[in-house]
Design a binder for this molecule. Structure first.
Ligand SMILES: Nc1ncnc2c1ncn2[C@@H]1O[C@H](COP(=O)(O)OS(=O)(=O)O)[C@@H](OP(=O)(O)O)[C@H]1O
Length: 257
């Protein structure tokens, strides 16, 4: 067993340990790693955490997170956007040349308080914890490598949108056309490859894209909510009738795209 949830690098799972037993009480990524080195027992369905949703701004990321979060097998994070690896986990230590790692107490808060490890363990790994922090998609190579080092089993969902309409939406919502980068190749390189939810396909044919998405993350399609919600809809809040775009505005968007 892992004492206090702290798996030391030399710790080796005993034959009688099950993944679930090791996970119970884990308070560190090292402990999660030790648990995931053990095979699933029959009936266990998910890893912990199981997937991240990484969306480019204005690509229906919040609707996707709401859709998957409404699935009875999903466990929603608290808060919805934890920003753990980039802001709140004390993961990047300035003035240090060592590999980054996240603060130990912050890891515990994240695994237990944010991702609800106890709920997932109580379900016998039949529920999937996830999170959706928008800025992970733009994180530095060091942060992305760190995420993979700590959670190599993670499944990644990326939402994307045609850059022109993405920027128009950003101008309406935020007053500025946010830059959009290509998916960090480090996400791309790590198996399994991310699932790309392309906004135009998703909104034109939600049933087909959502069916593929549920297959990818392993949530039971029979239990899924019926429809993709409409979160952050421009028409309900902002400039419902659009605005006469100036040529220089359009050229600016084109230059960003
Ligand atoms: N179900 C559905 N159908 C059609 N369109 C949808 C849907 N859900 C979200 N959206 C559109 O996605 C835009 C908001 O995206 P995000 O939630 O990713 O925005 S944010 O970056 O998190 O603020 C925003 O785009 P615009 O309306 O073009 O501004 C939403 O309208």
């Amino acid at each position: 067993m892992v004492s206090g949830g702290q798996a030391s690098p030399s710790w080796q799972p005993q034959q009688q340990d099950s993944r679930l037993e090791v996970l119970r009480g884990c308070t560190s990524f090292a402990c999660l790693g030790a648990a995931h080195a053990l095979p699933h027992s029959p009936g266990e369905r998910f890893n912990f955490p199981h997937f991240f949703i990484l969306g480019f701004g204005k690509s229906a990321t919040m609707s996707l997170a709401a859709y998957l979060g409404a699935h009875p097998q999903a466990v929603n994070p608290t808060p919805k956007e934890p920003w753990f690896f980039t802001r709140h986990g004390d993961c990047i230590h300035p003035n240090s040349s060592a590999l980054w790692g996240c603060d130990q107490q912050a890891q515990q808060r994240y695994l237990v308080g944010t991702l609800h490890l106890d709920v997932v363990v109580a379900s016998g790994l039949t529920r999937a914890a996830f999170e959706a922090s928008p800025d992970y998609i733009l994180a530095s190579a060091a942060v992305v490598a760190g995420i993979w080092r700590e959670l190599p089993w993670l499944k990644v969902v990326v939402s994307m949108r045609d850059p022109i309409s993405q920027k128009m939406s950003a101008i309406v919502h935020w007053g500025a056309a946010a830059l959009m980068y290509v998916v960090n190749s480090l996400y791309d390189r790590h198996p399994p490859s991310p699932f790309c939810a392309q906004f135009e396909n998703l909104t034109a044919n939600p049933a087909a894209v959502l069916a593929d998405l549920k297959r990818f993350v392993g949530l039971d399609p029979a239990l899924a909510p019926g429809e993709l919600p409409r979160v952050n809809i421009r028409k309900s809040k902002y400039r419902a009738d659009g605005w006469p775009m100036k040529r220089r505005e359009y050229e600016h968007i084109l230059s960003l795209a």
